[in-house]
Design a protein around this ligand. Sequence first.
Ligand code: SF4
Length: 322
Amino acid sequence: MGRQIAPRSVRIGISSCLLGENVRYDGDHRRDRFITGTLSAYFEFVPVCPEMAIGLGVPRDPIRLVGKPGAIRVVGMADCEMDLTDQLRSFGIQTAQRLKDISGYIFKSKSPSCGPQRVKLYPEDENTAPSNDGIGQYAQAVMEYQPNLPVEEDGRLNDLVLTENFIERVFTYKRWQYLRQSVVTVARLIDFHTRHKLAILAHDQVAYAKLGKLVADAGNRELQRVADEYVHGLMKTLRRPATRKNHTNVLQHIQGYLKVDLDRDDKAEMVDVINQYRLGRVPLIVPITLLKHHLRKHPNPYIDGQVYLNPHPAELMLRNLI
Ligand code: SF4
């Protein structure tokens, strides 16, 4: 098994206003109770307000995105000559360089600085309606500089599936960062991949096969390049939330390892519980708990080592409602 991840050892970048800091243009904040309550017990948040950092005070004139995708500028709402694009982008790059140890980032949605997607974008032609095709320019610079970093925005964390997905990605990335602290060898890469196999399978069967092939060929190629391709493929794969169908497939796969150990009644119960999950009648935690119960009595080194069974702290109860 890999190194244990201690509570609050995982650092996550965050838009300062989400923690309740009065840094918005109007002196207000956007404290998010789920973040400041539940998540803060498990993560060390690193607050950043890019607009304050580049010298804008509180209160300040609001800003907005103008242009088209690929050619976006951040300008003052009242004064379009005030162009902050370069300042926000270079501060984003500096921050991404400085915070190499963060394992995720929670951005404030809809902000022309921090919004990671779907930010209101005003065309140059004032007669055309704005679209939601903009990206906050600070957030875009951070994401370009650290393309594998798990990111999410506050609004999407109201969705349980997306929250579970984000936290799973954060812990996976943290385990990868631990691996990169030591010398990456073919054996360590294989071990890392082996432990994540079923987690990957729950997201995408095709990517599962591709990543397996990449690791199997690792000894024949430059290892640094393989490691870079691997983490990029892994984090991209995990971005797509695992479906109920794929989870069911993985649960049945694990059940297969127990088939010679369980008696007829236990087998029937296991099949029934997995089926109840497939039909959406019980949450994921139910079949997982039953599988773990049987695995304690009938250990299997390969399955016991699977991150899939313990992807994040159980106390977060992220699998209790999905
Ligand atoms: S959204 Fe970003 S720039 Fe705006 S107040 Fe929050 S942290 Fe500052």
